[in-house]
Design a protein around this ligand. Structure first.
Ligand code: BTN
Length: 241
């Protein structure tokens, strides 16, 4: 797989979006540093130079309808979780597509799709994976691979691990693979089917995650039995419970 390596850029997702499509798909844009790294919503993504894995993988999935776009997120979250598990870290997926280890965030994903007609044409999946930065004892609820394994890790080796998992499983990214992707996503989804505390529009409530729809909405069942669905940004997890 072609890897375009950059010392520094604003954001590998922005760089990938501006770059003319490369002949051999998929390809990767990787940077040692981003001065305007972007997270989901209006969040930024900050990372010390050369400490973490920052990259975007660009690919053209076939036949993914727009209303099932969340399968791409589920697939990338699965690949990332498997990569981290190679290091014996008990990684889990937190909706929509964060990766947690021991309740702390180790990686985030920012997916930006180009739509053509009713399908996804091109997908830019930006991944930030904490590798060698010391973060667990700061106020963030985050952790790095070094903190889990107790030793520095080679960032390029971790990227190659990801590429291996991605290549081996890429065939799943079509209609036939949806069922399997859903199975692994729900089997490894943080707080799935368990009572947990959430906060939405200023009020706190207890509920169970019972589904994540194909368009990415989170479906909760409140203690009253009532079902409600939320998009990203409308709901927050409260970790204290
Ligand atoms: C999140 O959890 O909010 C998503 C974070 C995604 C960060 C990665 S780092 C590489 C790529 N380039 C960006 O600007 N963002 C993504």
């Amino acid at each position: 797989m072609t890897i375009i390596e950059l010392e520094s850029t604003h954001s590998t997702n922005t760089y990938a979006a501006k770059l003319a499509p490369q002949p051999d798909m998929p390809y990767i844009i990787r940077a040692d540093f981003q001065d305007l790294g972007r997270g989901q919503g209006d969040h930024s993504w900050e990372s010390e130079p050369k400490k973490n894995l920052l990259f975007s993988i660009v690919f053209e999935p076939k036949h993914i309808p727009v209303d099932k776009n969340f399968f791409v997120s589920k697939f990338i979250a699965f690949c990332l979780m498997e990569t981290i598990r190679k290091y014996n870290a008990p990684a889990m997926i937190k909706w929509p597509n964060d990766i947690l280890v021991k309740g702390r965030k180790i990686a985030g994903i920012l997916i930006e799709n180009t739509i053509y007609g009713n399908s996804i044409k091109r997908c830019i999946s930006g991944i930030g994976l904490n590798i060698n930065q010391d973060i667990a004892n700061k106020e963030f609820n985050a952790i790095s691979l070094k903190e889990i394994t107790g030793k520095e890790q080679n960032i390029s080796v971790v990227l190659n691990d990801f590429i291996d998992v991605f290549n081996k499983n890429y065939y799943l990214l079509n209609k036939e693979g949806f069922q399997f992707i859903n199975k692994v996503y729900f089997n490894n989804l943080f707080k799935f089917n368990q009572s947990a505390l959430f906060m939405s529009r200023g009020s706190q409530f207890e509920a169970k995650i019972i589904d994540v729809r194909d368009d990415g909405h989170l479906v909760l069942q409140k203690s009253s039995g009532k079902l409600e669905s939320f998009s990203f940004g409308e709901i927050e997890y409260l970790f204290s419970k």
